[in-house]
Design a protein around this ligand. Structure first.
Ligand code: PRP
Ligand code: URA
Length: 207
């Protein structure tokens, strides 16, 4: 699918499989989700623009690079929180924004309940993080909000995506790059990704 990068790295796939396993308890689920999020970040940031800089090593001048733009990480609450901390360890200078969305069980519509975002998104690289892309309603709602606030360089990082969700995001935001570890088969009648990994938020927080 255009604009979708499936990260096939063996460590990502190994960890995704542990997360899928219904026997994986919340403590391990949290740790492994963090590990896989950090691994996925390498791929998601590969095309970040850099500028040339000069540094002085202990031995001689050297040429190097720095990221051109500030980065803001935006986890979608709750489950996106499980991917935040390990990514922050790799990008300690990043800012963090939050978008709170809860999918209603009956309608599968994402209900907005919280936002806390930096003001100057226009000039930043934004990484929108959420383990699950199911119907796509939450991702589109989050992306609409970011776009309305001027964000133009956004990447969406999902651990598992359903074809239905990808199509929905593509319809509303055709140029948004999506990074995922898997495109699963389908959604079931209750809007869950099959095979998926169940309810990411519940498994993460042991609800
Ligand atoms: C889950 C998941 C996504 C959303 C995906 O969150 O973390 O945000 O569902 O579904 P969609 O693509 O059909 O919108 P949920 O709304 O269950 O909230 P939670 O993270 O608090 O569990
Ligand atoms: N949200 C989840 O946490 N899991 C799914 O399979 C679908 C939506």
């Amino acid at each position: 699918m255009t604009g979708v990068t499936v990260i096939t790295h063996p460590l990502v796939q190994h960890n995704l499989t542990r997360l899928r396993d219904h026997r994986t308890r919340p403590q391990e689920f949290r740790r492994v989700l963090g590990e896989v999020a950090a691994l996925m970040l390498y791929e998601a940031t590969r095309a970040f623009s850099v500028r040339k800089v000069a540094v002085q090593t202990p031995l001689s001048p050297a040429r190097g690079f720095r990221l051109s733009r500030e980065v803001v990480l935006v986890p979608v609450l709750r489950a996106g929180l499980g991917m935040l901390e390990p990514i922050l360890q790799l990008l300690p200078g990043a800012r963090v924004g939050f978008i709170g969305l809860k999918r209603e069980e009956a309608t599968l519509r994402a209900q907005f309940y919280h936002q806390s975002l930096p003001k100057d998104l226009r000039r930043m690289e934004v990484i929108l993080i959420d383990p699950m892309l199911a119907t796509g309603g939450s991702a589109v709602a989050a992306m609409n909000l970011l776009a309305n606030l001027g964000a133009s360089r956004v990447r969406l990082v999902n651990l598992v995506a359903a074809p239905e969700g990808i199509r929905c995001v593509r319809r509303h935001h055709p140029r948004l790059p999506i990074f995922t570890a898997a495109i699963d088969r389908k959604l079931n009648g209750r809007g869950y990704i099959v095979p998926g990994l169940g309810d990411a938020g519940d498994r993460l927080f042991g609800v």
